[in-house]
Structures are given as C-alpha cells and as structure tokens.
Design a protein around this ligand. Structure first.
Ligand code: NAD
Length: 437
C-alpha cells in the first residue's frame, strides 16, 4: 500500500519504518526541513534502539522516503497517518493546533478516496474534528479512523512489531477492511486487533496511560508512607506483586512518571472530564502525587545538606527513563534546576541524553562521558534514571571518589542494608536513615 505518515518524530518514524518493513511504500512527511534533510541522509536524530538500522534498510530498498512536500505525498497515498504532537496547553487540555494545521493542509491534496488516521493521542472527538476540517476543503470521498499508538520509547520497534493490541476506531467498513489488511502482517503470531467505534478508540489510549500513571503514583504514595512508619517498600511491593490481580508491572517506586506522554495524557484526561462535567478525582490526585514526588526527593537532599550553595552533585541519568534520549518532563530537569538555583554545581552523566540536556542547561553543569569521572570530589551521588549500567556499580570506587559517601537514589537500585554496611549514607524512595544526620 502507499502510505503517508505526517510527523516524523518518535511515533511517526517508528510507524513509517515498521510499515515500510512489512512491504508498504511509505513516505514520511514533516514540516521541519532540517529534520527531513537529516533523515534523507540517514541520520535519525533520536536514540531508539534498532530504529537507525530499520530506517537505513528500508530507505535503501526504496520503501521509505522523507519529504516536506504535502502535495506529492498526499496525492500518492491511500492511507494517511497523523503523528503530529498534541502537547498540553497551560490548562492541561490538549493543544490541537498541529492536528488542525496538518488536516487543513492535507485536505488541499485529497485527489481520490483516502483514509486519514489519527495516530497521535487525541481527545475524544478529535478524529471527527479532522473529518469536519477536511470536509470543509474537499468534495472528494474520504474516511477517518482512530488508531492510537501504544509503543514505549526504548522498545518502540518491538512494541510496534509485536503489539499487545492494535486498536482501530472506525465508522466505515471500507476503512476497517483496509486497516485490517494493513495490520495483518503484525498479527501473524497472535490476532490482537480490536475494532471499535472512533470515540472508544480515542479514549482507550488516555485511559490506558492514566491507569499506568495511577499505579506509579499509588506505589510512590505507599513508599512515602513506608518511610514515615518505618516499613520496607521493597518488601511491601514484592508482597503486593505476588497477587495475580495486582501483577508485577508498574509498581516500582521512584521519582514519578515523566516523558512526553503520561504527564500530558493524565492532564488531558482530567480536562476531557471537565469538558463533560465528570470530576476525574483519581486522575487529579495521580497528577498531584506525581509532582510532589520530585519535591519530596529534592527536600531530602536539602534536609541532609542544610545548605546547597557551593555543593557539587554527581548525577547519574538525565533521560526520563532508560534506553531513550528523551528528556521531556524528565524528573532530572526539576531536580537539577532546583539544585542549581540554590547555588549547586552539577556533574552529569547519561549514556545518550546529555546532548538534549545541554540545550536546557549550560551554566553550573558539566557533562561527562564516564560515569565514575563525575564522582571525583562530589558531595553526593544522585540517581535519576535506572540505566542498566548504574545497577551494579563498584561501590568501593564510588566511596573513594566521592567527597562524602552519600547516595540519593531516586530509582531504588540498591540494597539499602548493603549500602549502610559499606558505610554510605543511603537514601532512596521510601527510605531515609533516621538516626544519621
Ligand atoms: P514528536 O514531537 O517526536 O514528533 C512530532 C513531529 O511532527 C515533529 O517532527 C514535528 O516537526 C512534526 N510536525 C508538527 N506539525 C506538523 C505538520 N503540520 N506537518 C507535518 N509535520 C508536523 O512527537 P511524538 O513523540 O512522535 O508524538 C506524536 C504523537 O504521538 C503525540 O500525540 C503523542 O502523544 C503520541 N504518542 C507518543 C508516544 C511516544 O512515546 N513518544 C507514544 C504513543 C503516542
């Protein structure tokens, strides 16, 4: 099939290259000229395991190309995906300007029957808005559909190729038939295609993300309680996860969720509730707990040191989660910003996210490529992201290099008894040594 994917970011590029890999002709369209030029040279500009190879191979075999030209890409495509951003407005509602602009622009070039699919995460009613906007500019026949994306950055290709489910929201049998056909190659192992109405499809994405965010905020709240009552969050978590009704996923205490999806999707769901006079009490609390979680961590560091002015902190991890260079809404941003504003100096290490971080911070922060070099003379080690390479470090080396043997672990990577035995001051999420300073 001939496919156009509008927006060549994390979702658009993965969607485009995976659909090309199953034999389709895909053109990825973006308004960012520099991005398109880089993509045409084979530089993907983001860190996503396996993506560069997939893009390179499919481009070489002429199934995948990149352009800024709406006319030729729309005219030559039968299915058009919208994978543009839907960032939050100040009031938490989704900003639909990118969806609206792309819809109005593509409408100029609808020359025969097309299916326009919202792949972006959009509020209920947006796919129908896309339909109205396109209809206002063309007399040609077309259908719209919703096909929310559930991939996770860091394992995006695997998630796209072997999805837990593919959701298609349609109101036409022609669009349903075509989209089922498109996704057939991804259903060979297991049939996981769910066909629903458009509104249910749109809402299913928000509800899924909000549910996962709820688990994260819930376990963080329990961890905070553990710290106060002297219970061990690791033991509590393990016991909870043995219950099959609860399960093992998404109940790890930490600095709260970040990234470009959970924070905005929870906020947007609260707004969708507000628009429809439904008080989204759970989601509002989930959001509040999440913002507090960073504050609580920062306060523990401040409480330990008293004065932050002139302190040097070694920071492991900048991305919002491992295996990505995405720093959008990363807890590290709030933590580092706060410490720098109080006069601290930061030595930072991240396997791939430093380049993105440099665009936000350039004063009082130094970036290193070796995770141990940053410890030399630092007052404490702060862990923001659970990259694999931080999980089993050489503690004697850490102790020797740090000015003080102090670790604030925002991801609960280490065994606290072991660290205390080794002579560290060790605090994590749910634990702060009571009798020490
Ligand atoms: P992104 O910011 O990485 O990429 C979006 C791209 O769209 C950019 O390259 C931008 O230049 C381009 N763009 C903007 N307006 C355009 C226009 N009018 N025409 C052509 N291109 C245009 O965003 P993303 O992370 O890929 O997210 C896209 C959507 O997918 C969002 O709604 C997001 O919520 C959703 N989503 C994201 C993820 C994720 O993990 N990133 C997962 C699932 C769903």
């Amino acid at each position: 099939m001939n496919i156009c994917v509008i927006g060549s970011g994390y979702v658009g590029l993965v969607t485009g290259s995976c659909l090309a890999d199953s034999g389709n002709n895909v053109i990825c369209l973006d308004i960012d000229k520099d991005k398109v030029l880089s993509l045409q040279k084979g530089e993907i500009g983001i860190y996503e395991p396996g993506l560069a190879n997939l893009v390179e191979r499919n481009a070489k075999e002429n199934r995948l190309s990149f352009t800024t030209d709406y006319k030729s890409s729309i005219e030559n495509s039968e299915i058009i995906f919208l994978a543009v951003p839907t960032p939050p407005n100040e009031d938490g509602s989704a900003d639909l300007q990118y969806i609206e602009k792309a819809s109005l622009e593509l409408a100029n070039y609808v020359n025969n029957y097309k299916i326009i699919v919202t792949k972006s995460t959009v509020p209920v009613g947006t796919t129908n808005l896309v339909k109205t906007l396109i209809k206002s500019k063309t007399k040609q026949e077309f259908d719209v559909a919703s096909n929310p994306e559930f991939l996770k950055e860091g394992s995006a290709i695997n998630d796209f190729m072997f999805p837990d489910r593919i959701v298609i929201g349609v109101d036409s049998t022609q669009a349903e038939k075509k989209l089922k056909e498109l996704y057939e190659p991804f259903m060979r192992k297991e049939f996981r295609l769910v066909v629903v109405d458009i509104k249910s499809s749109e809402l299913s994405k928000y509800a899924s993300n909000a549910m996962l965010a709820t688990r994260i905020s819930f376990i963080n709240e329990v961890a905070n309680l553990c710290e106060k009552v002297g219970a061990d969050i690791e033991s509590v978590r393990k016991i909870m996860s043995e219950d099959k009704r609860i399960g093992k996923h998404f109940i790890f205490p930490g600095l709260g969720y970040g990234g470009s999806c959970f924070p905005k999707d929870v906020k947007s769901l609260i707004d969708i509730g507000k628009q429809n006079l439904v008080d989204m009490t759970v989601c509002s609390s989930v959001d509040k707990v999440n913002s507090n979680q960073r504050r609580i961590f920062i306060d523990k560091i401040k409480n330990y040191f008293g004065k932050i002015q002139g302190k040097r902190f070694a920071v492991w991890g900048l991305s919002f989660k491992p295996n990505t260079d995405d720093i959008r809404e990363a807890p590290s941003i709030d933590i580092i910003r706060d410490l720098i504003s109080e006069g601290a100096h930061i030595n930072a290490h991240d396997p791939v996210a430093s380049t993105n971080f440099k665009q936000l911070f350039n004063e009082n922060i130094k970036f290193y490529s070796d995770s141990y070099d940053i410890l030399d003379g630092s007052d404490a080690l702060i862990i923001n992201t659970e990259w694999s390479q931080y999980k089993q470090p050489d503690f004697s080396k850490i102790k020797k290099l740090l000015k003080n043997p102090v670790i604030f672990d925002g991801r609960n990577l280490y065994n606290k008894e072991k660290l205390l035995e080794l002579g560290f001051f060790y605090s994590n999420v749910g634990f702060y040594p009571k009798d020490d300073k």
